[in-house]
Write a protein that binds this ligand. Sequence first.
Ligand SMILES: C[S@@+](CC[C@H](N)C(=O)[O-])C[C@H]1O[C@@H](n2cnc3c(N)ncnc32)[C@H](O)[C@@H]1O
Length: 210
Amino acid sequence: MDSIDNDYILSHISPEPDHLYRLYRRTHLNHLYPRMCSGHLQGRMLAMIVSMIKPHRVLELGTFTGYSALCLAETLPEGGEIHTVEIDDEMEDELTELFSTSPGGDRVKLHIGDALQLIPAINEEWDLVYIDANKRDYIAYIDLLLPRMRPGSFIIADNTLWDGKVFDTATHRDPQTLGLDAFNTYVASHPRLASVILPLRDGLTLIRVE
Ligand SMILES: C[S@@+](CC[C@H](N)C(=O)[O-])C[C@H]1O[C@@H](n2cnc3c(N)ncnc32)[C@H](O)[C@@H]1O
């Protein structure tokens, strides 16, 4: 296989729900760095993972415009909740409006603040965590999360291949690349974590807590 045809994939997977298509377009029209928004393929992957593991308590670090939070909420079992943490307080009004008007949004609890402060402050045990906030802090997130995660729970970490820069840290010495490379090494050798890196979009690591 020479290259991946993204259009082929997108036309042969479950369609993107209308409200998410509109949110993706709005994100591209109104926000800097719209590439941060998950989009169709990754969004369907997140909804699929939730439908497979049926988590009751989900935590997302890094909400941005709410696309992935709504995907995670979509297939939650009855009584399930997703808590999502965003540091940018300018997003609060937009996200509050989005979650109060979107399918599944009533299952999303928004927290504005720094994930490093909020992980210890939210009093829940997590069945699934989606890490997509500050790329320099992924190891710190894992260390704060593990005391609140039982064996058999899962973590998904996004951007773990970082546009391929982690393959060549002699050339790419920026803090995000180094942080993600250190995270990949940390996870691979952690005694409580089993992991697999999927080369999906910017790299998605699936982790099972043992
Ligand atoms: C890649 S975007 C998230 C994209 C979103 N999860 C999605 O898939 O559509 C990363 C977000 O993390 C937020 N962020 C960065 N550092 C953070 C921190 N320390 N705590 C909480 N959020 C943070 C950024 O403001 C940004 O909105």
